[in-house]
Write a protein that binds this ligand. Structure first.
Ligand SMILES: *Cc1c(COP(=O)(O)O)cnc(C)c1O
Length: 524
């Protein structure tokens, strides 16, 4: 017999088919169709009298056909959205080891402060004179970001890390143009291990990208950078600590080489959580760096929703910071909205956002900073590094480390060398983690490591939580090596949805619901 998903419900040939149910639901985890598949035109959550006859003024603009919206009763609508909400795995559900993403606890204190009416009700078009508190929050946040990074300026408005990359690279482009080198400095160097947003940003801003090879030890060497330097190079985009979880040992030499060649150093600061209070990017020679408030400073990542990616800038790039920004003159803050209003010596490259950025995230990040204090933020970084190394030490005898000679910063990186000959892949292993109730770690990134598994526990996890996670991964690793292959290749066994055709989903995405053609009666 086939269930609703067309999979056999009877014990079949393989282990994988043994647990299918008639409904497709797994215990109390419900399969949820699209709202269009639940709704009927006949049903509705409201009961309104037919209007009295009236003369429409819409003329030929009046809608002719059905509106096509699914009609749902209130319980149907409510169940649909509650079930969808329950499908979301978040940091409030459990450990979220997604490397490079810094999925740390979003403290409820931050949420409480962000919901104060004075913050949550301000409107971007309100007269500036009515929002001195909001300006103060932005100035205070800016002061903290500049202090923690050792940089003299910050552009607050970018709304995500990648948006911050664009902001920093546009400032670099403006600085190069101001020197009259716009036509010649067209190349941006990006290490092979970089996050995909780095080369994408450089290309989007109009640069061409040259890859810096990764050393076998997972770091970038100054000689490799120097070999690519010339009068055509505008900048390097380098992540530190890098995507392999290693603090770049030659970062100061690389910065000096860039500056000597008349180029700039953009640092991808997504991994700042490993070094807050320990090292200041300004001291390392960085010219521009985005900070993901939703990673380092605990604001929610929010499924494509609000993030914030302020960019700190060096003295050389500060004049090109985009509008709007707050300029303090004689102790009075003034909002600079237009290039023409910019103070003497400033030449903003333009504007990144319609308004001022993500105010709610500014409040949350500042609440995090003030509640932790300087010592607390430093300790958070130390604990994040400690937790990652605890996981590394707990698994290193079973799983293989691509860079055993470098200490890990805030994430532990494994490769798939240890799975050789087992018939189990990194993807299978990640899917088996879902059966155990864990969101998988980041897999197959960074690209320079074969079958990469990048685990970032963050400082939020207790020792007990880390111990259970390690014990689970040890159990899985022993099973993978012990030829318990079907536990992996058919995983997840216990999720309502099994393996999705990810390639097809990426190549032929279905972005719009189409009404299915009416089912034809059988011919005979
Ligand atoms: C997360 C991340 C980015 C992009 O940041 P978003 O806020 O997701 O746009 C860039 N680089 C690295 C290394 C990251 O981890």
């Amino acid at each position: 017999m086939l269930n609703r998903q067309g999979r056999p419900t009877q014990a079949g040939e393989g282990e994988s088919q043994r647990h299918e149910t008639f409904t497709g639901n797994k215990a109390l985890q419900q399969i949820e169709p699209l709202i269009f598949e639940i709704g009927h035109h006949e049903t509705t959550g409201v009961d309104i009298d037919k209007p009295a006859p009236f003369k429409s003024r819409l003329g030929k603009h009046a809608r002719q056909g059905e509106i096509g919206l699914p009609g749902l009763s209130e319980p149907e609508a409510m169940r649909h959205y509650v079930r969808l909400s329950q499908k979301n795995y978040g940091i409030d559900t459990g450990l979220f080891p997604l490397g490079s993403c810094t999925m740390k606890h979003n403290a409820r204190l931050n949420e409480k402060v962000a919901r104060l009416p004075g913050f949550s009700d301000v409107h971007p078009l309100q007269p500036v004179s009515t929002v001195p508190g909001a300006l103060d929050v932005m100035l205070e946040l800016a002061r903290y970001l500049m202090t923690l990074t050792g940089m003299p300026a910050v552009a607050l408005s970018p709304k995500a890390g990648a948006h911050g990359e664009a902001c920093g690279m546009m400032a670099i482009k403006a600085a190069i143009a101001a020197k009259g080198e716009g036509a010649t400095r067209t190349v941006v160097l990006v290490p092979e291990s970089a996050h995909g947003t780095n080369p994408a940003t450089a290309a989007l801003i109009g640069f061409s990208v040259k890859a810096v090879p990764a050393r076998p030890d997972g770091t970038v060497a100054v000689e490799d950078v120097k070999a690519l330097l010339g009068p055509d190079v505008a900048a390097i985009m380098l992540t530190n600590p890098n995507t392999c979880g290693i603090f770049e040992p030659q970062i100061v030499e690389i910065a000096a080489a860039m500056h000597e060649a008349g180029a700039y150093f953009y640092c991808d600061g997504a991994n700042f959580n490993a070094i807050v209070g320990k090292a200041r990017p300004g001291d390392l020679g960085v010219d521009a760096m985005h900070i993901n408030l939703h990673k380092t400073f605990s604001t929610p990542h929010g499924g494509g929703g609000p993030g914030a990616g302020p960019v700190v800038l060096s003295e050389r790039l500060a004049p090109y910071a985009p509008v709007p920004f707050i300029h303090v003159e004689g102790g009075t803050p003034r909002l600079v909205e237009h290039k023409a209003d910019a103070p003497e010596g400033n030449d903003p490259f333009g504007r990144m956002t319609a308004f001022h950025g993500q105010m709610g995230m500014y409040v949350r990040a500042l609440a995090y900073m003030l509640s932790h204090g300087a010592d607390g933020m430093k300790q958070a970084s130390e604990d994040a590094v400690l937790n990652a190394n605890y996981i590394r030490a707990g698994l290193a005898d079973l799983m293989s480390l691509p860079f055993p000679d470098h200490p890990s910063m805030h994430e532990a990186l494994f490769d798939d060398e240890w799975l050789k000959g087992t018939g189990v892949t990194t993807l299978d292993f990640a899917k088996a983690m879902i059966d155990e109730g864990y969101h998988p770690m980041t897999v197959y990134f960074p690209l320079v490591v074969h079958g990469a598994m990048l685990i970032e526990p963050t400082e939020s996890e207790s020792k007990a939580s880390l111990d259970l996670f390690i014990a689970t991964l040890r159990d899985l690793a022993i099973a993978a090596k012990g030829n318990d292959k079907s536990r992996f290749t058919a995983a997840p066994h216990h999720a309502p949805m099994r393996r999705l055709d990810e390639t097809r989903a990426a190549r032929q995405p279905v972005l719009k619901w189409e009404k299915p053609a009416p089912v034809k009666e059988a011919a005979e």
